[in-house]
Write a protein that binds this ligand. Structure first.
Ligand SMILES: Cc1cc2nc3c(=O)[nH]c(=O)nc-3n(C[C@H](O)[C@H](O)[C@H](O)COP(=O)(O)O)c2cc1C
Length: 341
């Protein structure tokens, strides 16, 4: 089945629904599918023909699902079947939380962009851990699984490190890599953690339980594109000094430059095509400053072959997509894979 063609005919219908409703319906369908099927691909599948090594892990291809689409890890087998080379779930917080009031998700079709202020709606570390444990028992995963953790809204900034630690203790062992998200614009004060001392404190606090694992997990820190270059480099260095394997660049932006759409009343993080240039430029800057060693995952505006090539040219080892998938459809991964051939 040609997924691109299918999405081309389905998209106008899906886009008639409120964005969050469309998201919920799609995810519910993928979750149901994932209970029945394991999504395993045969060895000769093109999705397994472009392996990469990074952080001591083997990725069957370099294209991953970005955090936020499957926050509660409901549809991992389906993402695997679509050909993703790795899957990142979350953001998961220590405590379950409902997120911000609706509406909190907006489509900007003219800009191929999304604005969201979801505010880390998620089932909480304990429930997601139970779900991941069941998934691990099914032994179906052929690709690395990342778990992205964030701070619970009710936890004050000075207790942030313990909040991250709680989530790590529940989820770390169930993940292949763990991402410390300090860059969402939708949890008040979260981005203030993007400071050298805070980054060090949080990562070092997580490293304690991590280093006690039989196989310590690679840790990454996810940064915002709105940081000044010098601050991003300082945070990145602090993360590496505290033992991180790499960085994810970038989260959504609070900037609104160059948009065709009107965005009054749409506070939140902007993703998709308008984010591409800044997020790729910051990736290149950080790669240049840090050298070839750390793993850099490029995310922001990937929607076609040129945009993903730009990420690799800027120094990304791996790339992730979210908004591109909404506009271009689930065939996007296969399309990107063809370009690697
Ligand atoms: C609706 C929505 C929710 C998101 N939620 C999260 C999240 O929970 N944690 C996170 O680290 N990033 C989250 N992101 C950011 C994406 O992972 C990604 O960094 C960003 O959207 C840029 O990539 P894109 O242009 O391909 O969408 C979210 C993005 C969107 C659009």
């Amino acid at each position: 089945m040609d997924l691109n063609l299918l999405w081309h005919s389905l998209r106008p219908l899906v886009f008639r629904f409120d964005p969050e409703r469309a998201h919920r319906m799609t995810l519910a369908a993928l979750a149901r599918w994932s209970e029945r099927f394991d999504g395993r691909l045969v060895a000769g599948d093109p999705a397994h023909a472009h392996p990469r090594e990074a952080m001591g892990l083997r990725f069957p291809n370099p294209f991953g699902l970005a955090a936020g689409l499957d926050k509660d890890a409901e549809a991992i087998p389906a993402w695997q079947a679509l050909g993703f080379g790795f899957i990142e779930v979350g953001t998961v917080t220590a405590q379950a939380q409902p997120g911000n009031p609706r509406p909190r998700l907006f489509r900007l079709p003219e800009d191929e962009a999304i604005i969201n202020r979801m505010g880390f709606n998620n089932a909480g570390a304990d429930r997601v851990a139970r779900r991941l444990r069941r998934l691990r028992e099914r032994d179906l995963l052929q690709v690395p699984l990342g778990v992205n953790i964030g701070k619970s809204k009710v936890t004050p900034a000075e207790r942030a490190a313990e909040d991250y630690r709680y989530s790590f203790e529940r989820l770390g062992e169930l993940a292949d890599y763990v991402v410390v998200n300090i860059s969402s614009p939708n949890t008040p004060g979260l981005r203030d953690l993007q400071r050298v001392d805070e980054v060090k404190r949080i990562v070092e606090t997580i490293q304690e339980p991590n280093q006690r694992l039989a196989r310590p997990r690679p840790l990454l820190v996810k940064l915002a594109p709105d940081l000044a270059d010098g601050d991003a480099i300082d945070c990145a260095r602090a993360a590496l000094e505290a033992g991180c394997a790499g960085l994810i660049l970038t989260n959504t932006t609070i900037a609104r430059e160059g948009l065709r759409s009107r965005t009054e009343g749409m506070a939140g993080g902007l993703s998709g095509r308008p984010l591409q240039a800044r997020s790729t430029a910051l990736l290149a800057t950080v790669r240049e400053a840090l050298g070839p060693e750390p793993t850099l995952i490029g995310v922001g505006g990937v929607r076609d072959v040129p945009s993903v090539r730009a990420k690799f040219a800027a120094g990304a080892d791996l790339a992730q997509v979210y908004t591109g998938l909404i506009y271009r459809g689930p065939g996007l991964v296969r399309e990107l894979l063809e370009a690697l051939d």
